[in-house]
Design a protein around this ligand. Structure first.
Ligand code: NAD
Length: 375
């Protein structure tokens, strides 16, 4: 019996991605899987059903998942779809349990094995499965270009018959995966680039891309390579250094995040009020509330002569490539537990164990368990 994989069509607002692309479907077939896809699932990513070979399509998601061994999606499925899933079947999707407590309880109670894409550990071996990274890299690229096309200036230093114009300045605040991608893109379009982060170890990475690192002397390294929240004293010390960089920039791209917490506010209203006329902030942290005090998630607002643009779900704006990378991330995870048309999850494998949100009627991830079930 082949392993049956059901691919859902995304239904949430602003979601254009799909969890399957034709090349990955072909590779899964070689692993002994049979793909069943909700009709039109790839349309918003510009992938018509006909681009897939050897798959079957169905209109109804409940019917589709009812006999599936594995269900794949980008955003977590609706409760009625989870309810239709087979007990003991596997879901691969972003979930973010603290935002989805009821759905997480349902996955637990339906004894679904949920491999939550946001829980894939950030270790070297799991890089090819790390959808947070693949999607963040796309967002950073898009943010830099959106910034560059939102202002009335050119970025590269250019010489005309009438004389030269100076390069634009782009400041990237929060230099994780998205920030590094934004810096690389900003450099490619010829901007003068500065990077700032509370983790001092990123200095070398920023400099290796030809940008300048702003050193504030505050070290906010937290657990697992992520940043921790700052004290008021630390915030004041940082503000004293970064304000002049904020106010000299043409474009600021913010990407700062702390896992499981609202986005930290990196730019105050007072700092925006002192920014250059015509400057723009592209707030890539809008899904978590944003990094600027003026940010309205999902909107572009004008404050004096400064624009603060905070698009939601930015990877989805590059749906074609975002879907391709996401589907490959999921394939690499599936390859760990599907062999010769059979499922066998080795729970001693760190990647699978740490990615598990629910399994066997329990919430396996400690932080999610606390958020959903209480202490
Ligand atoms: P993230 O999305 O959690 O945060 C983005 C950036 O914001 C981070 O660099 C963080 O330090 C920064 N930040 C948080 N609070 C801030 C503040 N108040 N001011 C300024 N900056 C602030 O980060 P991410 O892109 O998911 O990366 C997180 C970590 O995981 C990094 O250490 C990264 O190198 C690591 N990582 C490792 C692997 C791997 O080895 N497989 C893969 C991806 C990421």
């Amino acid at each position: 019996m082949p392993v049956k994989i059901a691919v859902l069509k995304e239904t949430r607002a602003n979601e254009r991605r799909v969890a399957m692309v034709p090349a990955v479907a072909d590779k899964l077939a070689k692993l002994g899987c049979e793909i069943h896809m909700q009709a039109g699932a790839g349309i918003a990513s510009r992938i018509p059903d006909e681009a897939f070979k050897k798959i079957t399509t169905a209109a109804n998601p409940q019917g589709l998942v009812s006999d599936a061994d594995i269900v794949v999606s980008v955003q977590p499925p609706a409760a009625d779809v989870v309810n239709a899933m087979k007990e003991g079947s596997i879901l691969l999707s972003f979930v973010y349990a603290h935002k989805e407590p009821e759905l997480t309880k349902l996955l637990r109670d339906k004894r679904i094995t949920t491999l939550a894409m946001e829980l894939v550990p950030r270790i070297t071996r799991a890089q090819a499965m790390d959808a947070l990274s693949s999607q963040a890299a796309l967002a950073g690229y898009y943010g830099a270009l959106l910034g560059a096309t939102s202002i009335a200036r050119m970025m590269p230093m250019t010489t005309f018959a009438t004389g030269s114009i100076r390069p634009g300045t782009i400041l990237v605040m929060g230099v994780g995966v998205a920030g590094l991608s934004a810096i690389a893109t900003a450099r490619r379009i010829g901007a003068k680039v500065e990077g700032y982060d509370v983790r001092p170890e990123v200095k070398e990475q920023v400099e290796s891309l030809g940008a300048k690192f702003i050193d504030t002397g505050v070290d906010a390294r937290g657990e697992g390579g992520y940043a921790r929240e700052l004290t008021q004293e630390e915030k004041d010390k940082i503000a004293a250094v970064v304000t002049k960089h904020i106010q000299a920039a043409d474009i600021i791209i913010t990407t700062a995040a702390i896992p499981g917490r609202p986005s930290p506010k990196l730019i105050s209203k007072a700092q925006v009020d002192g920014m250059k006329n015509g400057a723009v902030i592209i707030d890539l942290a809008a899904d978590g509330g944003g990094n600027c005090e003026y940010t309205q998630p999902g909107q572009s607002v004008q404050v004096g002569q400064v624009t603060i643009n905070a698009p939601l779900n930015v990877p989805s704006l590059l749906a074609e490539h975002a879907s391709e990378l996401y589907a490959k991330n999921q394939y690499n995870l599936i390859e760990l537990f599907v062999k010769d048309g059979a499922i066998n999850i080795d729970w001693t494998d760190e990647v699978l164990a740490k990615s598990a949100l629910t399994h066997g009627g329990e919430i396996k991830n400690e932080a999610a368990k606390k958020a959903v079930e209480g202490a």
